[in-house]
Ligand binder design. Sequence first.
Ligand code: ADP
Ligand code: MG
Length: 723
Amino acid sequence: MNLIDKIEEHFRLNPLQKLGLKKLKLETIQDLLFYLPNRYEQPGQVKNIRDVSEGEDAVIYGKVLSAKTKKGWKTKIPMAEVIIDDGTKTIKAVWFHQAYMAKKIPVGQFGEFRGKITKRPARAGGKDEIYLANPEVREALPTVGVKNSLFSRPDNQENLNPLFLIPAYPETKGLSSGWFYYHIQTILKTGLADQLTDPLPINLIKKYNLPQLKTALVWIHSPKKTSDAETAKKRFSFEEILYIQLKRLQDKHKYQNNPFFKITREQNEVEKFVKRFPFPLTQAQDKAINQIITDLSGNKPMTRLLEGDVGSGKTAVAATTAFAVVKSGFQVAYMAPTEILARQHFESFIEYFKHIPNINIGLMTGSECRKFPSKIESGHTHLSRTQLIKWVADGRIPILIGTHSLIQKTVKFKNLAYVIIDEQHRFGVMQRAKLTRKESDKAKVPHLLSMTATPIPRTLALTIYGDLDLTLLDEMPRGRKEIVTEIIAPDKRAETYEFIRTQIKAGRQAYVICPRIDEPDPDQEMALNAKSVTAEQIRLGEQIFPEFMVGLVHGKMKPTEKEEMMQEFTAGKIDILVATSVIEVGVNVPNATIIIIEGAERFGLAQLHQLRGRVIRGNHQAYCFLFSETKSAKSFTRLKALKTAKNGFELAEQDLAIRGAGGLTAGKQWGISDIGMEAIKNLKMVEAARTEAQTLLNEDLELKKYPQIREKIGQKKTEIHFE
Ligand code: ADP
Ligand code: MG
């Protein structure tokens, strides 16, 4: 066996397993060795078979009496069936879909079996039978000297004591945690890990007291104690964050070494532009605009992140800075994640720019193209994609707003100097890179402004936005009232509906957010209580609010249908809009001042915060009702944070504290593994990784001295966003 060998050269794989490995991008023996557990099962109580009962998670020590493959009686599912004897009684262990287990388990030897005691109802004439379902197996002893067998016979009582931790690996169809455990242990036993050289510089290993790679692998896959597993995890998460930081900082440096567009600063013009706004800028907006224009007229391309809560007025900042670029004779692209949002920005921009002569603004989405002004009508006009693309290419359209349609190959700009990406967390990795791509080495790169309202903890921001300079919009426009936020238990529902009725009668409008589109799918445990939008629209319209118009919008509707519905809602023809979280971004209806969130405990705090942000658009008192049936104290505490936290960033920190890094499920979207997310809990570690990355690059920008790291972060190119 060699580290670079394909897994299938050494282990027999069924088609499902092959597919699973492909999905997990595991090809070689080495890949498998680096597939890390995401948690450990605590050592359980060893039970006598005689004493086990249905439903319990049991650890059984015993001798294997027989092992055979079978097919399900009716189902024909292939399975392995093993009889275990522990001296008190025998029990069957059954592995469904894993018939190969029968061959892996040597008859006559001892092992530890860990699984759920399950009952099979009696067949005609027989008795109910309990068995151990899909148990994890491991040998009862350290494996010294034992070859080609899963178990070794325990020679003294002490060795029967299972004080070790059981690693649990993320599973996928066909590949159970046990499968990974068994095969990784097999690889470890060959001693192949000895051939690995540690990519981490030795001074860092010493400075931070980290285990060497080989040790870390052994500790993480077969820890003898919790602290071993923790220390190993720490090493791997530090390593991962270090690589991400290296990649980010390297990217930033490379991007900023490109030729770029220099914008002339015309303070007077910008001030005139801003004066026309129907509101005075907040100080934060003013500062942000200045900072960005300073960048745009500076001596390297800008890469900046504008982070501001929902409603903090990012669009005005985008428009003003776009104006400065257009004024210098260059083009601007403004990309939004949804059609609704793109259209809304298009309309806002028309308002901001309509007084300026000869400014063409284009809109390009998957379903349509528009241009402002129209030669014939007073507003915008529709035009063909080909036409719009042509005018963008010859520079006649200085401002192009759109969805990811903007990144199609056919869309070429004459002199794209400024790219604005709204709600940038919504975009995939490659999408962002494409909009800033260059046609040739000598071509100029655009300045980049990413905007986000997603409140994320500082550690995460430092990591995933390591390549961006940060501007915060930490101030809300004046006159906005605090949103009254209430958690509503089931017995307060009727009362709340009555309150809403008086509000709607007074002319306001409401959103009702549900977690699902269709009727609950009974097959999905989690979905059981989740309200569906379609059913809720009917229920509210017929039973609760028959006197009001109740509309519906969800992600599976056609864009035109969605838009129609949104327009009716904006126009006030609909009083209550039932929606899935598609409205999370992209609606701006100042008269909608109430939002009900059904099943609130299912949403992340950050998402709830975003949803609630939909009702701070106007100056009427706004209300957010979190309908929840949760009985869990933890969920309740979490929801209460929405009442007390001052802003989204504070919420994000609380989410991290309450739910842990695991609650930040979005890690994958940023190319961070579960292990890497471990570091996100630890500000010191993230800061250390960042400092060390900077030091390494200062010495050696290309990482010539560290070919292994270079190769590793090279691989990350497609996984991690590049801005
Ligand atoms: P977001 O930061 O969520 O993108 P928007 O740019 O959509 O926020 O702005 C939200 C609303 O606030 C818009 O209706 C906008 O016109 C308004 N707005 C923006 N800046 C100010 C301000 N300084 N004072 C008052 N209202 C403002
Ligand atoms: Mg916005």
